[in-house]
Design a binder for this molecule. Structure first.
Ligand code: DP6
Length: 338
């Protein structure tokens, strides 16, 4: 069997975070999460299939990063995650196939920018298509989640997306809350660091359960979830913003109080959080949130985007500002990387 497909899938920013897992290997979260799918922060992935020897088809798989100067072998840890996922997807067909994969991101990887979410969503879509399959969004969400990146399960849909928590694995697939056209919010990302984060999300999920405040966090989540769902349904930014900001800080609170503690924040994170509060004092309604990394996502309405971007750019520790917004989800494309 030979086939080739290229998919582009977006990153997403969680308003209610997946933090702590029932089953890390299969990406089954402890709690329900809600995210906004992004538009410009995307991963592109091309997958080629070809017949392989039946004794060990996986041994012929190859994984590359598509850099500006050509294809480079993927770093080992990243390649291992991709190869493990390819092994899972290979089981969907009876033929013995080997894969060649090339992938790239439009944004800095591994810096709290959910590159695994977009990367594994793109890999899952491209691989299934290259295998001649046409999974539904529900099936795609489940397959993407089994990569171990639970947030990838949300990146298969556009707009605003909810992913239920476990323990029942079959319930854990993305559900749409509203489309991108329903509510046009923006995410202005203040990049304060681009180096890979010191502690992976995977290790974060494992460790945060040791925080004495983790139980408290779980108790607060149903109220926050209700507020976020209601805000999205009613396009109520005054309701959404404070909850999103509180939740973003809470993720880090339980990380910092885990045993041993995890500190993702840098002085640049603090400067940016302070900058967002100053923006609000000056009458610009903008709210911060962060994933497992130091960079700060600033959520605002389209009319305030330019001012938010300008003010963040002025901060000494902000290296770069990425202006993104809600997007409409993954797509197949013809810009093949192989
Ligand atoms: C903090 O297990 O999906 O971003 O695979 O690295 O994206 P990655 O991590 P994953 O956990 C995501 C954790 C989070 C919060 C969230 O996106 O819900």
């Amino acid at each position: 069997m030979t086939g080739r497909a290229t998919a582009e899938a977006p990153a997403n920013i969680a308003f209610i975070k997946y933090w702590g897992a029932h089953d890390l290997g299969r990406g089954v979260p402890l709690n329900t999460s809600v995210s906004m799918t992004l538009d410009r922060c995307v991963s592109t992935c091309t997958v080629e299939t070809r017949p392989a020897k039946s004794d060990d088809p996986g041994s012929a798989d190859e994984v590359f990063l598509a850099e500006s100067d050509g294809l480079q072998p993927a770093p080992e840890a990243f390649a291992r995650r991709v190869l493990n996922h390819l092994d899972r997807l290979r089981c969907l067909v009876d033929d013995d196939v080997a894969f060649r994969v090339a992938t790239k991101n439009s944004f800095p990887a591994a810096a709290g920018m959910a590159s695994s979410a977009s990367g594994f969503a793109a890999l899952t879509l491209a691989t299934t298509r290259a295998l001649g399959l046409d999974p539904s969004r529900h099936e795609l969400s489940v397959l993407a989640r089994r990569s171990g990146s639970g947030s990838a399960a949300r990146s298969v849909l556009g707009g605003y997306v909810e992913l239920p928590g476990g323990p029942h694995e079959e319930d854990v697939y993305a559900r749409p809350l509203a489309s991108a056209e329903d509510w046009e919010l923006r995410d202005v990302v203040a990049v304060v660091a681009t180096e890979p984060k010191s502690v992976s999300s995977l290790e974060g999920h494992r460790r945060v359960r040791s925080s004495p405040y983790f139980r408290e966090r779980l108790a607060l989540l149903p109220g926050r979830l209700d507020a976020v769902r209601q805000a999205i349904e009613g396009r109520d930014f005054h309701l959404l913003g404070p909850v999103v900001e509180e939740e973003g800080i809470d993720l880090h609170l339980v990380a910092m109080s885990a045993i041993p503690p995890i500190f993702y924040w840098t002085p640049g994170t603090i400067e940016t959080l302070d900058g967002v509060r100053k923006l609000r004092r000056d009458g610009v309604e903008a709210y911060s949130t962060m994933d497992a990394g130091p960079n700060v996502h600033v959520i605002c309405r389209p009319a305030d985007e330019a001012q938010v971007a300008e003010r963040l750019t002025e901060l000494a520790s902000v290296q770069r500002v990425i202006r993104d917004g809600v997007g409409s989800g993954p797509r197949l494309c013809e810009d093949h990387l192989l």
